[in-house]
Write a protein that binds this ligand. Structure first.
Ligand code: ATP
Ligand code: MG
Length: 587
């Protein structure tokens, strides 16, 4: 029996499975690691961009407050029909409590727009109002002067300075005149403790009889504005503010404010560049994240990757062990199967040998047994005669008769044995001669006359009117007659009947022997033609026999390509018909 291999993976498919397991597990861990990294980056970005938006909002809010401050100053001056005195302005600004409420404001003041024609009158009026040697600087004739007149906190250095001389301030004034709105200047500078710091100016004009005659101005130090706006919040975020809305060419000339570390552009941290509206203007802000990520965020993806790799190795190894164990089971199963099949074959051989031995033994014991009994009787009688114990008396004649019938029986047994031996060796002696079958049948009945009488059976032979000539081996055919007839006598009841019928056609000869004996049980009929088989209704002590007669008959009939049929009913009788072809082509 071949080993059942199909439930065990072949080697190639095993390797493929291991590879597949390793690839799948590693891929999954790489995928998870990437996803975790993405999530961490996304979270960091979300919190960073929320912070940058908060910074922008805080700045915008602060600028709105200062816008409102300018509008309130404009309101004051407009309500006084543009006639304002330094005292009034001082009182007003004092009430605002600039340093407390508007801490980023460096100066808050006003000035006048003076045409060249009005210059002399203006200077005279100012000298009177301020009580000093007021003059417009720088000197020189210009079509229009924007003269800073009064500043809070008081700054005499700023009084009389023509803002239109400075291009940055000039533009903011011109924009304010042109739009009538609040304007924010480009980057400019202010001195604080003799140090130049970036600053910008917010302005709005005021009118007399719908003509712009002056302006309110507030200057801011950028650094202060940022401090006030953010109020020490947003510690982790660093940024720079540039003038204008172009995100390119972020030069120092445009730089308003910065607390960025010098390495921010190469540090690989999160960064963002945005532009923000500033009243009439716009600024560009550069943000960068300086917070230190948590250990978990830094190492999680790598740890996942390592764990995944370890798991991939482990699971592949486990799978390998499983497969190898299966292979081991397979080899053990194969060895066992081989051993088993060898054992089965050996057993089969042994059984055959045993059967053969048994058959031989059985055969020998049967032959010995069958031969011993008649020989023993004969020896005992002959011994008596030879020793002179018996005289030739009628008793002697009886003894001789019995001996004779024993000899006949022995001849029958020996013949049967010889027949079987020839049949077994395929050496049936077949020498056909032209004979008369009817005469042969009569001879056989005659020969068995004594036994017929003994059993007191009645033989009915429907003798054919003519002879049945046939070219056939007389001895073999006689064997068939003797065996069938002997059985019909032996297994008959006392006073029973035997019918012998012969029928011959051109094709075949039919011999039918029918009796009214004990019959053959149905269950034995199939095997009754086999060697040594006897009916289960036969007691061997009452019916002597070897179980070879029918075997020999069948073999001879088959040798001639003939046919034998049996009909039998227990206790009613048996009919056996033999059909032998007339033309036989025997080797
Ligand atoms: P032998 O070898 O001496 O003929 P046998 O008569 O026992 O011995 P077979 O002639 O082969 O052997 O017959 C086999 C068996 O078939 C018999 O033992 C018997 O049980 C049964 N048998 C054969 N012929 C008849 C019959 N005419 N009526 C009943 N039983 C029969
Ligand atoms: Mg017989």
């Amino acid at each position: 029996m071949p080993a059942q291999k199909h439930f065990i993976l072949p080697r190639k498919r095993g390797i493929l499975l291991l590879l597949l397991n390793f690839i799948i597990v590693s891929s999954i861990s790489i995928f998870i690691s990437i996803k975790v990294q993405e999530e961490i980056t996304y979270q960091a970005w979300t919190s960073f961009s929320t912070e940058t938006k908060d910074v922008q909002a805080a700045l915008a809010e602060r600028l709105h407050i200062y816008e409102a401050l300018l509008y309130s100053g404009k309101g004051l001056i407009d309500s006084n029909n543009a006639t304002i005195t330094p005292e009034k302005w001082h009182t007003y600004v004092s009430s605002l409590q600039l340093s407390k409420n508007y801490p980023a404001v460096a100066t808050f003041g006003y000035g006048f727009l003076v045409k060249q024609a009005d210059k002399a009158n203006f200077v005279a009026q100012m000298r009177q109002e301020l009580g000093n040697n007021f003059t417009i600087t720088p000197p020189g004739n210009r079509p229009l002067y924007a003269v800073g007149t009064y500043l809070e906190p008081a700054n005499p250095a700023g009084e009389g300075v023509d803002a239109l001389v400075d291009p940055v301030r000039a533009k903011s004034i011109q924009d304010a005149i042109a739009t009538g709105n609040i304007t924010v200047s480009n980057k400019t500078t202010l001195y604080i403790d003799k140090v130049k710091v970036p600053a910008f100016v917010m302005r709005t004009v005021f009118y007399r009889q719908k003509a712009a005659v002056g302006y309110i101005t507030a200057t801011f130090r950028m650094q202060d504005l940022i401090q006030v706006a953010l109020q020490h919040n947003f510690q982790g975020i660093r940024f720079a503010v540039y003038e204008g809305t172009s995100t390119k060419n972020l030069t120092t000339a445009r730089l308003f404010y910065t607390n960025l570390p010098s390495t921010w552009q190469t540090s690989g941290k999160l960064s963002q560049i945005v532009t923000i509206p500033v009243v009439s203007h716009g600024w560009t802000m550069v943000f960068t994240d300086t917070t230190t990520p948590s250990l978990r965020d830094v190492y999680a993806p790598t740890v996942i990757l390592w764990l995944g790799a370890i798991f991939a190795f482990l699971s592949t190894f486990l799978l390998y062990i499983l497969l190898v164990r299966n292979r081991y089971v397979e080899s053990v199963a194969e060895i066992m199967t081989k051993e088993l099949s060898v054992t089965v074959e050996k057993l089969h051989d042994d059984k055959k040998k045993l059967e053969e031995a048994m058959t031989k033994d059985e055969f020998l014991s049967m032959a010995a047994h069958e031969l011993r009994t008649p020989l023993g009787t004969m020896r005992w009688r002959i011994e008596d005669m030879v020793s002179g114990k018996r005289k030739f008396t009628p008793q002697t004649k009886e003894d001789l008769d019995k001996m004779y019938s024993n000899v006949i029986r022995l001849i029958h047994i020996v013949n049967n044995l010889l027949d079987v031996s020839r049949i077994n060796q395929d050496k049936i002696k077949d020498h056909p001669d032209m004979i008369d079958v009817v005469t042969l049948a009569e001879t056989v009945i005659d020969t068995l006359g004594e036994r017929i009488e003994e059993k007191r059976v009645q033989v009915e032979f429907a003798k054919p009117t003519a002879a049945i000539p046939m070219k056939i081996d007389q001895n073999l055919l006689e064997e068939i007659f003797v065996n069938l007839f002997t059985n019909a006598i032996k297994y008959n009841k006392k006073g029973g009947k035997i019918f012998l019928r012969l029928a011959a056609t051109q094709k075949e000869l039919q011999i039918t022997v029918e009796d009214t004996g004990i019959g053959i049980p149905k269950k034995d009929q199939k095997t009754i033609f086999e060697k040594f088989k006897r009916g289960s209704n036969v007691d061997p002590d009452s019916y002597e026999g070897t179980g070879l007669g029918l075997f020999v008959v069948k073999k001879y009939v088959e040798h001639w390509k003939g046919n034998i049929t049996l009909k039998s009913v227990v206790n009613k009788g048996t009919t056996i018909t033999v059909a032998i072809p007339m033309q036989r082509d025997i080797k």
